[in-house]
Design a protein around this ligand. Structure first.
Ligand code: MTE
Ligand code: LUZ
Ligand code: MOS
Length: 749
């Protein structure tokens, strides 16, 4: 089944925030933001801007009726800066005008004086000054000394990854409409409607029940709208509330790039020890995370780095520490993988470093250390139903890693202008919000008198196809056509207290809630049918829109059963509530069972480098992926392709740069490079690993949103290996992205 939105997407008919037909009298708002990274606001004069014809009002912190505070995990972020600014792009005021152009013109007329203070742009400096978001946090398992004694080889080094812009096609935006009696209807392009509702209530000083947040779909989120869709929605709500007029904010691309946070850059210092037979004996790693100026989701992202720092491997003795460092940059935020990819990059760099020193291919170390059933992750969870070895072996059987490696050696011996390199990337990604409390969801299902169905859930459709999957769940239970089923908007008045659609668990959590609601309805419908036919409940089933008795088709159709149930006054609306069973985590011990299950896989990447120009292509990526029992292989393969290419972009070409004053240099798409059709791998093969799936996955179909991002990391090591084939003196540093410039320098180092 295809994504049910694709037809209307292609025709440009799908509705995003900026497509919602405007109510007459709608006003438009533009944000005035800090031009400097750190400073004291000495003077803010809005009078000239406010007197520009067409400007209705300019709002600052002084106009906020409730709290000027939007921090979710830690309350450390003002909606509008009061006395100090902490990053370039920090909102200071909101200009509301008859149209956007006037608002933008007015923005230039605001007169501000800021006394600049020293800004910390580099997270290493932040660490030295102990400028932290939260105290450093560590996971420990085994004993490093024991590991060290058992090690024949010990290597150390540094691995560095950069930021990454989400580049959702739809920029941040919101449309607020005042309703009677001070109520607000808020359309927002958010992954977290409940956060928007909560923070709006806090800032406006009204109860949550006066704010209704409604989301049709997002033009992409990728984590960038898990938390950072909130400020713009709150601003629109604030303006609508104060002016009693509909107010819309849709950020221009430039404003969005400048004002919003990105993936967290990390620096990892590691030490790894291996025994003679290449078993990893210990791993010690310290991560410096660049969190930006406020906490945002950094404490949770820190946590996922800790969980994924040992990658797909079993390491008996490990010590992992993350320093979440406060700098004067826009607060970095959730991005597909959520701190996990940064952990993976460090362990894979450490293994590659060891392989380079030992003059062996990295796959020999990787294969030896894959995690197996019964082994323990550093956070105390015992590995069950692992597929790390199975996916590796399946990849090896199909694609013969050793032979592929030898063919590349042969190719490199015969060619000078072009050199090839390969890498293998094993995947093991934990599914569940690491904050146990967040792992719950609800759904509301109505069966209407004509047999059609309306479903509301807490899940947000952002292109990943969660709505299509929700339809499949219901259609499967009732055995009716998906055409009868409609996914309603995600709305806080229908489904409340939701977790954001994130952590790849949108389909699992909400799907299970839909399943629970539909099963209750099915039970009542079957009871109705049994009564009608005067037979036993157990003998009734539903198949292809008909009622079956003892597996024989009756003449009662789905429609007539629904009509009959209504005549009998049977309840045909149901709410389902699901909370992932068994998971827990004890933060005082840093041990527990935080994940419902893990997703596994293996990717083999081949890159070819042009040794004259330093440019390269990712020739092919072959993936064996653990989908469990995929409920929608088209959607799931689409997720793998997208995540893979996003991962490749991160480690090869996407480069977030700031100048020494903390201003974003790569502030448009002419200077910030993302993978285009020419830079995606020439061939991508994705095959399903035969596995059982997990009962905690919806219909045993494992979560697929974030895990395959990790496959992209292989392109970094494949390109490095190609450079080594040309330049034996190449001393690789593990600093991503590996841009063309760096490749050229490496070739002739
Ligand atoms: N796919 C598309 N097309 N657009 C997106 O914004 N976000 C990713 C992933 N795939 C995203 C996407 C991220 S970061 C997550 S957490 C998951 O989708 C969320 O959806 P799910 O929980 O339903 O998998
Ligand atoms: N968000 C979150 C996430 O709040 N907790 C998580 O564990 C998580 N994981 C991945 C992506 N977003
Ligand atoms: Mo995804 S980073 O969990 O929104």
């Amino acid at each position: 089944m295809k994504n049910t939105d694709s037809y209307r997407h292609l025709r440009g008919e799908s509705i995003y925030i900026d497509d919602i037909p405007e109510i007459s009298g709608t006003l438009h708002a533009v944000v005035f933001d800090s031009p400097v990274a750190h400073g004291k606001i000495k003077k803010l004069d809005i009078s000239k801007a406010e007197s520009l014809p067409g400007v209705v009002k300019i709002l600052t912190y002084k106009d906020i009726p409730g709290e000027n505070q939007i921090g979710a995990i830690i309350q450390d972020e003002e909606l509008f800066a009061e006395k100090e600014v902490h990053f370039t792009g920090e909102p200071i005021a909101l200009i509301i005008a008859e149209n956007k152009r006037i608002a933008r013109d007015a923005r230039k007329l605001i007169d501000i004086e800021i006394e600049e203070l020293p800004a910390i742009i580099n997270p290493v400096e932040a660490k030295e000054k102990e400028s932290f978001i939260t105290p450093p946090r560590s996971f420990k398992t085994g004993d490093l000394n024991t590991g060290s004694k058992k090690s024949k080889y010990i290597f150390e080094g540094t691995a560095e990854t950069g930021g990454q812009e989400h580049l959702y096609l739809e920029t941040q935006g919101s449309y607020a409409i005042p309703k009677e009696n001070g109520n607000i209807l808020l359309y927002s392009s958010t992954q977290g409607p409940t956060s928007v509702q909560q923070i709006t209530a806090r800032v406006l000083g009204i109860p949550m029940n006066m704010t209704e947040v409604d989301v049709r779909r997002l033009g992409g989120g990728f984590g960038g709208k898990e938390d950072q869709a909130t400020p713009w929605a709150v601003m629109a709500a604030l303006a609508a509330h104060l002016l009693n007029k509909p107010v819309k904010i849709v950020l221009s691309r430039h404003d969005d790039l400048r004002m919003t946070g990105k993936r967290h850059p990390y620096i990892a210092d590691y030490k790894i020890g291996l025994s003679e037979d290449l078993k990893i004996q210990f791993y010690k790693v310290e991560f410096i995370q660049d969190a930006g100026a406020t906490a945002d989701l950094s404490p949770a992202i820190t946590e996922r780095t800790l969980f994924h720092a040992t990658g797909s491997y079993f390491i008996p003795n490990a010590e992992i520490t993350v320093y979440s460092c406060k700098t004067n940059l826009p607060p970095n935020t959730a991005f597909r993988g959520f701190g996990g990819p940064q952990g993976f990059f460090a362990i894979e760099s450490a293994i590659q470093k060891a392989a380079d020193e030992l003059k062996i291919p990295a796959y020999k170390i990787q294969e030896k250390n894959l995690i197996k059933d019964g082994e323990i992750f550093p956070y105390g969870q015992i590995a069950e139903n692992t597929e790390a070895v199975n996916s590796w072996k399946t990849a090896d059987r199909k694609y013969n890693i050793k032979k592929h490696f030898k063919e590349i050696i042969k190719f490199n011996a015969e060619n000078t202008k072009l050199k090839k390199g390969m890498s293998v990337t094993p995947l093991c990604f934990g599914i569940s919000f690491t904050n146990t409390m967040m792992n719950n969801a609800r759904a509301l299902v109505h069966i209407y008198s004509d047999g059609s169905i309306g479903i509301s859930t807490g899940a947000i459709e952002m292109g990943q196809g969660v709505n299509t999957k929700m339809k499949q769940v219901a259609a499967n239970i009732f055995s009716i056509s998906t055409n009868r089923i409609k996914l309603e908007t995600t709305n806080t008045t229908r489904v409340a207290n939701t977790s954001p659609t994130a952590a790849s668990s949108g389909a699992d959590l909400n799907g299970k809630a839909v399943e629970i609601a539909c099963n209750s309805l099915l039970k009542r419908l079957k009871e109705t049918a049994a009564e009608l036919l005067n037979v036993k409940y157990e003998e009734i089933s539903l198949k292809n829109e008909y009622i079956y008795h003892k597996n024989k088709k009756t003449d009662i159709s789905w429609n007539s059963l629904v009509s009959e149930a209504l005549i009998k006054r049977v309840k045909l609306s149901e709410k389902g509530h699901y909370a992932t069973p068994k998971i827990y985590f004890d933060k005082t011990k840093e041990k527990g069972h935080p994940f419902a299950y893990h997703v596994y896989g293996t990717a083999i990447t081949t890159a070819v480098v042009d040794t004259v120009k330093g440019v390269y292509e990712i020739e092919e990526v072959k993936i064996i992926h653990d989908f469990g029992k995929s409920m929608n292989i088209l959607l799931d393969k689409g997720q793998i392709e997208g995540a893979l290419i996003q991962g490749i972009g991160w480690v090869t070409m996407e480069e977030i740069r700031h100048n020494e004053k903390g201003q974003l240099l790569a502030n448009s798409l002419s200077t910030y490079k993302v993978p285009d059709i020419y830079s995606v791998p020439k061939n991508v093969f994705i095959e399903e690993l035969e596995t059982e799936g997990s009962k905690h996955a919806i219909l045993k179909s494992k979560a697929v949103g974030e895990p395959p991002f990790i496959y992209g990391l292989g392109s970094f090591f494949a390109v490095q290996n190609a450079i080594k084939a040309f330049n034996p003196d190449y001393k690789p540093d593990f600093t991503a992205p590996l841009t063309y410039e760096k490749v050229l320098l490496g070739l002739y180092q």
